[in-house]
Design a binder for this molecule. Structure first.
Ligand SMILES: *[C@@H]1O[C@H](CO)[C@@H](O)[C@H](O)[C@H]1NC(C)=O
Ligand SMILES: *[C@@H]1O[C@H](CO)[C@@H](O)[C@H](O)[C@H]1NC(C)=O
Length: 347
């Protein structure tokens, strides 16, 4: 058996080192350089617009997400899924909000995996919201970055007039343009609505028994919606001062506990019953289930355009620990993570 093993080893080495790109931290030890990959992701396949896409940026689609080291793998999968399923991937502009003081590693990892993607990174100052956050029932909901969606309109440049906000634990399996171009019919937000959910449970007795507060929903039919997938008229949001309106409810929550969860209830207080409802296919939420108690959620019946692993369990963690839920196999094809052991090279 003949084998040009040296060449193969060298080739593998080059591939690994190139692939690691900027997403590595180096530590010099003696004459050796140990490169410890922080995250290593494959490069996504190249993508081009189809013939039906508007030329000259007319069909531009602005998408906003947060960017965080803990969710980078989810972000990568979400971006890949969007590009794979839209007819106009070159028309997508991604806006990432990050709370990290130094986001160069995260941004570089994204750029390495999606070299031709139009992506922009904005710093979201966590101190802007830190003092406004009151502790919720789930610690991960209290992260400042969870509130970045409240500040989208203040963060995005003026030429972004409409944005589609997505959580990092989603994959899109349909053309995102259908969601992003929804007729807002004069509303500030569009999202799937769930009117059968019992609204009482999102707010405390302190809220329902307070004369000045418990009439908040009078005159509207308040329905639950999930803020992990929403289309926003950024111009209307700014004009209506909605950032301040959401912040005001956060201030009320600070004084007297009126709800249990984090960033969702203040959105409900301002917007429930006042949004444009879109088809449920655009947010199959709850797929995260509750991995602490080992509970898996199945899919709801009906067509699906977007899968959302909201809840405690994340598909990449469950796949890594070899205890996946069956829905996690729907996420796996979009995983760009490439497992690799540390590379040691001669210095
Ligand atoms: C909603 O939940 C509250 C409190 O848990 C309960 O008192 C009420 O009857 C429920 N309403 C409906 C319509 O199920
Ligand atoms: C609102 O609070 C007041 C004062 O506690 C109470 O009398 C009233 O029944 C409440 N209204 C509703 C709709 O719960």
């Amino acid at each position: 058996m003949s084998c040009n093993c040296t060449a193969i080893v060298v080739a593998i080495f080059i591939v690994i080192i190139l692939g690691a790109g900027h997403a590595v931290t180096g530590a010099r030890i003696g004459a050796m350089m140990i490169r410890q990959p922080v995250q290593m992701f494959r490069e996504a396949p190249a993508f081009w617009n189809g013939a039906e896409c508007a030329a000259g940026g007319g069909g531009r689609v602005d998408i906003a997400m947060t960017l965080d080291a803990n969710y980078l793998r989810g972000t990568m999968a979400a971006v890949l899924s969007i590009l794979q399923h839209t007819a106009c991937p070159e028309s997508m502009v991604f806006h990432f909000l990050t709370a990290e003081a130094d986001d160069r590693g995260l941004a570089a990892a994204l750029r390495a995996s999606f070299p031709s993607l139009d992506l922009r990174v904005y710093r979201f100052d966590p101190s802007r919201v830190r003092d406004r956050i009151s502790r919720s029932v789930r610690q991960e909901l209290d992260q400042p970055l969870n509130y970045a969606r409240v500040y989208l309109a203040d963060t995005l440049p003026a030429d972004v007039r409409r944005v589609t906000y997505l959580d990092s634990d989603v994959v899109v399996v349909d053309d995102i343009r259908a969601l992003a171009s929804v007729d807002l019919a004069g509303h500030v937000l569009a999202a799937p609505e769930y009117c059968h959910a019992n609204f009482s449970n999102y707010f405390t007795d302190a809220f329902w028994s307070h004369l000045a507060l418990n009439g908040t929903f009078r005159g509207r039919r308040p329905c639950y919606f999930n803020t992990g997938v929403m289309v926003m008229d950024v111009v209307k949001w700014r004009a209506g001062g909605y950032t301040r309106r959401v912040e005001e409810w956060m201030a009320v929550q600070k004084r007297r506990r009126i709800y249990h969860l984090g960033s969702l209830p203040p959105f409900l207080l301002v917007f429930a019953g006042r949004i444009r409802a879109v088809d449920h296919r655009w947010n199959q939420h709850g797929l995260g289930g509750d991995n602490v108690e080992g509970r898996c959620r199945g899919l709801h019946p009906g067509p699906i355009s977007l899968l959302h692993w909201s809840g405690k369990g994340k598909p990449w963690l469950r796949l890594d620990t070899r205890r996946p839920c069956s829905v996690d196999y729907l996420w796996a094809p979009y995983d760009l993570y490439r497992y690799s052991s540390p590379v040691i090279e001669e210095w």
